[in-house]
Design a protein around this ligand. Structure first.
Ligand SMILES: Nc1ncnc2c1ncn2[C@@H]1O[C@H](COP(=O)(O)OP(=O)(O)OP(=O)(O)O)[C@@H](O)[C@H]1O
Length: 784
């Protein structure tokens, strides 16, 4: 390269065309090949070739810019001579260039079609003498370069020969910079430093840093190589073993099975502990007789491990508007519940890590608890899984059996997750109010571990004997009644009550959801069959008696089946289902509206009960017989109900005088209280005031107003305490066509839940104590 300078003196003109460089800083002493492809650069090269073959290479501040403007370029670059050029088939040019001198850009005189600038040559400062210090610096720099090049595994001998031959500090710095590809900004800074000693010092620093990075890089590379080597070695050995066994005729299905399991373990993306355990068990399996019982146990265990969705999740859709649309599409009304679900999803959207509360839907059967769960899963884009906990008494149902048991299996939670194949489904646990406890452990406490966000990250199933992360699962529980839910579980859940539907609500649900769904499911259309709202009302009153709509849907299903058959038999007409021809489809009515009492009777009071099937009318009968002060209670009353009857009697005794009874009236009589229907067990304190009224009516021989229904717990002193299920009870009172309803004053807050249409049909008496009940029920007033 020296030769070029000597052959012909090069005069650098005042202007130069510019080629912007994306990823390299060109130094004066560099001889290097360059590819030019951008249109602006090709034009600049053409200009230079037409003139003096000199061209200015300036580096871009940001390599990502495709068409740089002056402000995108550094201000100092290197003028180079194009020594050779070669056109490539793709239109690019390959140049061989020799860096000549640094220049600073004074001003741009042209921007398009290529950049051109006025330039001022920059001279390095003179170094008068090479001091000992400089010499030492130069040696250090050479040594470091050698180390780095060798760490990078490059062929360094030629470069070192050049570096050793240079004794000018500035030139040494440039050659190193051009050969050791520093970061662009560092290399540019070196280019701009005109003091050669300072420049070399800067290079020294950069080399030091580079050395450290290269050492670490080399270490990582060798570790990776070692690791790969180990895996490859094992693989090769195993393959060889296979071949040898095959040659010897020993390779059989067992080895193949082990290999297959090993591959499955590798693919199952288990956490480290689980994988370690799986490989351990696989090793044991490979040493066992394949038909032994133990081998079978291990095989089943490994099958479970490899098929569990350890890391498999579905992606959540958290579009709240869309979720609302889906919930509305699937369910009529239920605004409160939907609102709560949307809030839950919104929190999830803002903070995906949030450990949301566990929702618990409580309500009678057929009110849509399960189908709400399904809608939530649909709205979130998750899978849906449902298991029923009704009647579970054994803890192992939840947590699995230890593997030592014959036929042991994981618990239902792990089973469900395997079945569904993702670790974040919406998981519905039905009938949480019906789990029991006995000598086989306490399933509720195992459930606590499942539901508690603090613990379920490491849920341990006895069968797996390994922690499984349940924290991504969205658990929803359902129950018919709140009270039987174990309180520790209740504390961890957010209870959302879904009370029964009114007649009107049922009608709307039937018209908008159930009927269209049924006709579609049976392959019918609106053309084949028409149903009238009055017909549906008749089905609701005469063919079903429920708080939900499940039986209603079933009855509609049977209508559709009958019509489908007729159509299939060739009857091509439009079937109109009217209240009058309903019998032809569903047979005679199954229920007649609740019996109305013909006239006011002595000793019969109308109470209101709340069962898991909704509200019901409850007639309480009391009779006074000659006797010795005995209290007889019949009609399968539970303990609480019996105590409540005793409290009612004690109240009557304490108010004997005001009621016009003798002080010791009870000494000569027996009292019998009966609650029909005798075959059905009943319990709870809410019939307290009803029993008291029936009793007083029998004692004072005054009939009870048949238009009045009542509910409330009574204390010994006649105070009236609030009771549950007010909405259901009010609805039952409306169905029974009574006019007045007596409820505890403390229950007034629950009336908000009661539909307005129902409230309009009743006179409400909100009472604080028993004395206030006497007037609407018996038409008597007593002094407090
Ligand atoms: N508000 C509603 N809007 C539309 N359909 C409803 C509504 N409520 C209930 N349903 C329908 O009633 C049927 C029964 O509901 P679902 O099976 O969800 O009841 P459930 O409350 O889970 O009962 P269980 O406690 O017995 O499991 C479903 O087909 C459901 O779609």
């Amino acid at each position: 390269m020296q030769e070029i300078f000597e052959e012909k003196e090069i005069i650098i003109s005042e202007t130069a065309p510019i080629v912007p460089m994306k990823d390299i800083v060109v130094f004066p002493s560099m001889l290097l090949p360059i590819f030019v492809g951008r249109p602006m650069s090709l034009k600049a090269v053409k200009e230079s070739l037409n003139k003096d073959k000199l061209i200015l290479f300036v580096t871009q501040k940001d390599p990502a810019i495709e068409t740089p403007h002056p402000e995108d370029l550094f201000n100092v670059g290197t003028i180079a001579l194009i020594m050779r050029q070669l056109s490539l088939p793709d239109g690019k040019l390959k140049l061989l260039i020799q860096g000549l001198t640094k220049v600073a850009i004074k001003e741009y005189i042209q921007i398009s079609p290529f950049l051109m600038a006025k330039i001022i040559p920059l001279e390095d400062k003179q170094v008068s003498e090479i001091t000992v210090e400089t010499e030492a610096l130069m040696r250090n720099v050479r040594e470091q370069s050698e180390k780095i090049l060798s760490l990078k595994g490059l062929d360094y001998e030629d470069i070192m020969a050049i570096l050793n031959s240079i004794d000018e500090p500035g030139q040494l710095a440039d050659i190193i910079s051009s050969n050791l590809r520093f970061k662009l900004s560092d290399a540019q800074q070196a280019l701009e430093t005109l003091n050669p000693i300072k420049r070399l010092k800067k290079i020294h620093e950069l080399l030091e840093k580079e050395f450290q990075v290269s050492s670490v890089q080399a270490k990582i590379r060798s570790q990776a190589r070692e690791e790969m080597g180990k895996i490859q070695r094992e693989y090769i050995l195993r393959e060889q073993l296979k071949v040898i066994k095959k040659e010897l005729g020993e390779f059989d299905e067992i080895d193949e099975e082990i290999e297959e399991l090993r591959e499955k373990i590798e693919r199952a993306r288990m956490p480290k502990v689980a994988k370690k355990e799986a490989l351990k068990q696989l090793e044991r399996l490979s040493m066992m007789h394949p038909d032994s019982g133990d081998a079978h146990v291990i095989r089943t265990y490994l099958d479970w491990l490899v098929e569990l969705p350890w890391q498999r999740s579905t992606k959540d859709k958290l579009d709240i508007k869309q979720a609302k649309k889906i919930l509305d599409e699937d369910h009529y009304n239920l605004e409160k519940v939907k609102e709560r679900i949307l809030e839950y999803l919104s929190v999830k959207k803002l903070n995906p890590q949030a450990k949301g509360a566990i929702l618990c839907f409580v309500g009678p059967p057929g009110v849509g608890k399960t189908s709400l769960g399904k809608s939530i899963a649909r709205a979130l884009g998750r899978k849906f899984m449902r298991i029923s906990l009704g009647g579970i008494r054994d803890e192992a149902e939840i947590r699995g059996h230890r593997r030592t048991y014959i036929g042991a299996l994981p618990g239902r939670i792990i089973q469900g997750l395997k079945q569904i194949g993702s670790n974040n489904p919406v998981f519905m646990l039905d009938e949480i109010d019906k789990i029991g406890t006995d000598f086989r452990g306490d399933p509720a406490s195992a459930l606590l571990e499942v539901l508690d966000p603090e613990q379920n990250v490491n849920f341990s199933d006895h069968y797996l004997n390994l922690p499984f992360d349940l924290s991504k699962v969205m658990f929803i529980t359902t129950a018919n009644l709140i009270d039987p839910i174990p309180s520790a579980l209740k504390d961890r859940m957010e209870i959302i009550e879904i009370p029964g539907y009114t007649q009107e609500e049922k009608l709307q649900i039937a018209l908008k959801y159930l009927w269209p769904r049924q006709i579609k499911q049976h392959g019918l259309t609106e053309v084949n069959v028409q149903i009238f709202p009055e017909t549906i009302s008749k089905i609701i009153s005469y063919y079903t008696q429920e708080a939900g709509v499940r039986n209603l849907e079933r009855e509609m299903g049977s209508i559709c089946r009958k019509i489908a058959r007729k159509l299939a038999e060739g009857k091509n007409e439009t079937f109109k289902i009217t209240p009058n021809n309903l019998d032809a489809y569903l047979g005679p009515p199954k229920y007649l509206p609740e019996r109305e009492i013909e006239e006011n009777e002595v000793g019969v009071a109308t109470g209101l009960a709340w069962t898991s099937y909704g509200g019901e009318i409850l007639r309480v009968e009391a009779t006074v017989l000659r006797g010795k002060g005995k209290l007889m209670l019949t009609g399968q009353m539970g303990e609480v109900m019996q105590e409540s009857a005793k409290a009612a009697l004690s109240y009557v005794r304490s108010r004997a005088e005001s009621l016009g009874l003798r002080d010791n009236f009870y000494e000569h009589i027996d009292v019998h209280i009966h609650v029909p229907e005798g075959g059905v067990p009943k319990d709870g304190p809410s019939a307290g005031i009803t029993m008291a009224i029936a009793l007083i009516s029998a004692l004072i021989n005054k009939p009870v107003n048949k238009e009045t229904a009542m509910t409330g717990e009574i204390t010994l002193r006649g105070r009236i305490l609030p009771v549950g299920g007010i909405k259901e009870k009010v609805l039952a009172a409306v169905r029974a066509k009574v006019k007045n309803i007596i409820i505890p004053e403390k229950n007034s807050k629950d009336l908000i839940e009661v539909p307005k249409s129902a409230k309009k049909q009743l006179n409400f008496f909100l009472v604080k104590n028993m004395d206030e009940v006497l007037e609407p029920a018996l038409g008597i007033k007593i002094n407090p």
